[in-house]
Design a protein around this ligand. Structure first.
Ligand code: ZN
Length: 501
């Protein structure tokens, strides 16, 4: 059995090597590649991804999994060996259900859709993208139908990113959260908006990058195993536990864009850097779900980065870096500016209070579309109506309405949005659990000490990689299942004080 296990691991690592080579090319494409490389690069990546897919779905792997499963079930559930067989089997069964030709059809269609969207969005031309989006919806339904027996058609699609979460459970969490959020958002947006002019001065790019890298290192992002590069849409990517990279963008007339995106991506990166090296290169070596991943980025960006304690520690450094721009600004003015709440059209610009409302309306639309209760042709008007009732404002066009996010135009419909809000909910849950164990964490943050918090996350979340599902992690940490209370309590207390609610 040990020999079979060794063989399985070797085959999995070879498949992963090809995936990681494609990831390096993708990172390069988004950071350094000259425009002339685009068409060849698309081909390089397609070839590598296809080879990786073939290697991973090799029937020899299926046979090894069959032979190893009884052995693995006799081992402790949380052992590396049992977890490897269990998690690989789950992924193998999922990947082998989808015909290779169908995978090709999806990638060809989404690549086409993406390039049409890239032109149609700035031109505000929904009619042009509509037939593509209709086909995307068909393909999304077809993909779900390769997994018969689901409770809701979105469930199989959600499984790819947030394994085990179901429409029913997400819907009930989200509606609870919505009921708690709407009155807070309404109470704040009926007040005069916070003044964030101190962030809207000229802040040179090099200095913004320097201070952002400094803060990433302080919270614990390891630059011996990472680096920061510029890109259009910030992301984190990893090729091995020893090479976890992040990217950012800088707006010289807005301090915060670069700083908080670096803290956000550092949160993703610290999760990947914290996985036990023994799991590297296998299906266990990486974050377990998009919700848990996002819990870490949002934790470091918001619960730490936008907290009063962190601001007390960090703002003097920021003032020293930008003495002319921030010399006369008070800590309180800065803290209010970085936590400004307002009704906005664009999800990625939204504040902590309204952000989840943006996500929930997308998730509801995905369910309506997949169920056939909403037609693509009616999406623009439905979007405007729902936006008005939830966020209190109405987009004047589709560009900043239902065409704003890349997800539906560069991928499928279903599975891509729920992770953002699950991540916020989990950030509150995990942070509260860490504070229960170590009540001194907030005062440590005020002194610029982050080791206790990071060590707690490493012990309970990071080191396990994908061994446990999100649900299993939550059970291990809290003894119960996912719930919104800690996150809501966090928002109520922070924004209650900020806006005297
Ligand atoms: Zn993120």
């Amino acid at each position: 059995m040990e020999e079979k296990l060794r063989l399985l691991k070797q085959k999995l690592i070879e498949a992963d090597d090809l995936d990681k080579a494609a990831a390096v090319l993708s990172w390069d494409q988004s950071t350094h590649m000259p425009p002339g490389g685009a068409s060849a690069r698309a081909r390089h990546m397609a070839t590598l991804s296809q080879l990786a897919q073939e290697k991973f779905t090799d029937p020899a792997i299926g046979k090894l999994l069959d032979e190893l499963t009884p052995y693995a079930e006799s081992l402790p559930y949380d052992s590396d060996e049992a977890s490897l067989v269990r998690v690989t089997r789950r992924r193998y069964e999922r990947m082998t259900r989808i015909p290779v030709a169908f995978v090709g059809e999806i990638s060809e269609h989404t690549a086409q859709t993406y390039s049409v969207w890239a032109e149609a969005r700035p031109a505000n031309d929904f009619a042009r993208i509509r037939p593509y989006l209709e086909k995307t919806l068909d393909l999304s339904r077809k993909l779900a139908d390769y997994f018969p027996g689901y409770e809701h058609i979105i469930d199989p699609l959600v499984d790819f990113s947030d394994y085990g979460m179901k429409a029913a459970s997400i819907r009930s969490l989200f509606s609870e959260l919505r009921q708690a959020l709407l009155p807070i958002a309404q109470a704040i947006t009926s007040q005069p908006p916070a003044d964030d002019s101190c962030l809207r001065k000229h802040f040179p790019q090099d200095q913004q990058l320097a201070i952002s890298k400094k803060v990433a290192a302080q919270i614990g992002y390891d630059f011996q195993r990472g680096r920061v590069d510029l890109t259009h849409h910030p992301f984190e990517t990893n090729f091995a536990v020893g090479d976890v990279r992040i990217t950012t963008r800088v707006k010289e007339n807005l301090l915060g864009e670069c700083l908080f995106s670096v803290m956000h991506e550092s949160g993703h990166a610290m999760y990947e850097q914290g996985v036990r090296p023994e799991l590297d290169g296998t299906p266990l070596g990486g974050g377990t779900s998009s919700g848990v991943h996002e819990s870490q980025s949002r934790l470091w960006e918001n619960l730490v980065g936008r907290s009063r304690n962190f601001s007390e520690y960090f703002f003097p450094q920021l003032q020293a870096a930008f003495p002319e721009q921030l010399g006369g600004v008070t800590l309180d003015a800065y803290y209010r500016a970085i936590n400004k709440v307002e009704s906005s059209l664009i999800r990625t610009d939204a504040d902590e209070v309204t952000y989840n409302l943006h996500v929930m309306l997308r998730f509801d639309f995905e369910m309506d579309l997949l169920e056939g209760r909403l037609a693509i042709k009616d999406l623009p008007e439905a979007w405007k109506a729902r936006f008005l009732s939830d966020i209190g404002i109405q987009p004047q066009d589709d560009k900043d309405g239902c065409m704003q996010d890349v997800h539906w135009y560069g991928g499928l419909i279903g599975g891509a949005f729920q992770g953002y809000t699950l991540g916020n909910i989990l950030s509150g849950l995990f942070y509260a659990a860490a504070l229960d164990d170590h009540p001194q964490i907030p005062s440590q943050i005020r002194e610029g000490k982050f080791d206790t918090l990071r060590a707690w996350m490493t012990e309970h979340i990071y080191q396990h990689g994908s061994k446990f599902t999100a649900d299993e992690l939550v059970r291990q940490v809290t003894g119960g299942s996912i719930r919104i209370e800690p996150y809501i309590q966090y928002l109520r207390s922070k924004y209650g004080e900020l806006y005297a609610l």
